[in-house]
Ligand binder design. Sequence first.
Ligand code: ATP
Ligand code: MG
Length: 431
Amino acid sequence: MGLSVQAIRGMNDLLPEDTSVWQQVEQILRSTISSYGYSEVRMPIVEKTSLFCRAIGEVTDVVEKEMYTFEDRSGDVLSLRPEGTAGCVRACLEHNLIYNQEQRLWYMGPMFRHERPQKGRYRQFHQMGVEVFGLRGPDIDAELITMTAQLWKKLGIEKELTLQINSLGSAAERAAYRGSLVKFLEAHQDELDEDSRRRMHTNPLRVLDSKDERVGELLKNAPKLNEYFGQETRDHFESLLTFLREAGIRYEINNRLVRGLDYYNLTVFEWVTTALGAQGTVCGGGRYDGLVEQLGGTACPAVGFGIGLERLILLLTTLGKLTPRGDVDVYVVGAGDGIELQQASLCRSLRDSLPGLRIMNHCGGGSFKKQFKRADKLGARLAVILGDNEIANNSVTIKDLKNEENGQREYSYDEAVAFIRDIFCNNKNCK
Ligand code: ATP
Ligand code: MG
């Protein structure tokens, strides 16, 4: 019989072997970010649609074509969040977190975009986002980029990712440039693809981002935004690059990098890989000094980035950097019928004595062979065996399933706890 209801296209289930890899990555992300002193925030997944229209911009792909928008039962028009920055700024304004104060925040969670599902592009995906409010200088831009570089290093993928960086200047500089770019694009209309022709008047800077090769060739001769930069913009960018060089972070200046959302100014950056095909951007970010005011707050400089977790994990697994890890450290096996009560009690004691370890009790009886097979399948390191002999001796037998040399031996309860602790405490948080 076929399953009549299936998951929505582009929305994935994460099964035990996936979550084991996800948890390892999340743990590294969390610990790295917290080592910089940043605080976690958690926002709702649904917001008023008007928030995203105002923040992201009406003529961006995200708002024009990709949002999951619906009317709820009270007639409010709501959207599933397509990204995290808008909701984060809204929350900060609503709770007065950024008026006259600095905030360094992060969040992690699902985002939703109605895109064509393909490798590395889904309709529900996850981002880890970092947002900093109240700091204007290039030192904080550099801190965020350094943080991402450190993450790649910890994950062993620093050689796979290239940092592309650009400056978008100020709103006034972009406005001055816009006219000459539009003039150039108009003069070459015939050479533009359909998307670029459409964007030429609504959002001409996005044309720079076009993936069309012919447009790419054409743009080599287009006027350049950086020719319109004043001293302040140049200084910010130069100083950021100096910070990066000092930190030993290699970068490529890409003056066609504009990013997909409207709110960026000055610094924009992306970390890209060639190992994932077309969906090669694993992390993107930049400065958005105008957004807080645009959403009704007192003007406040801001900078942030988002990491696409599916793409990061795809990269890690493609390169074989992470393997699923078993969920069980110790499997408790029962020999003989009628010892289920003692077995359950032994498990409770072991969990009390060995906090931090993952101890699974075999339930449902069955042969020794079957129980050991189960222990193996779960990836357990040790089997703790309880039988009539052990009960009589107030002991347990321990078999090392991964290291034959340790073999199988009977221990008193206290010795057993000491032995297990010895095996695991080097890399586990057990006391
Ligand atoms: P892309 O160039 O792939 O369309 P974007 O510019 O729309 O990305 P952002 O809005 O900057 O992406 O989001 C930050 C990161 O989130 C991206 O770099 C990517 O890693 C990830 N991401 C964005 N959209 C998706 C998606 N539909 N599926 C999976 N990951 C995504
Ligand atoms: Mg996109």
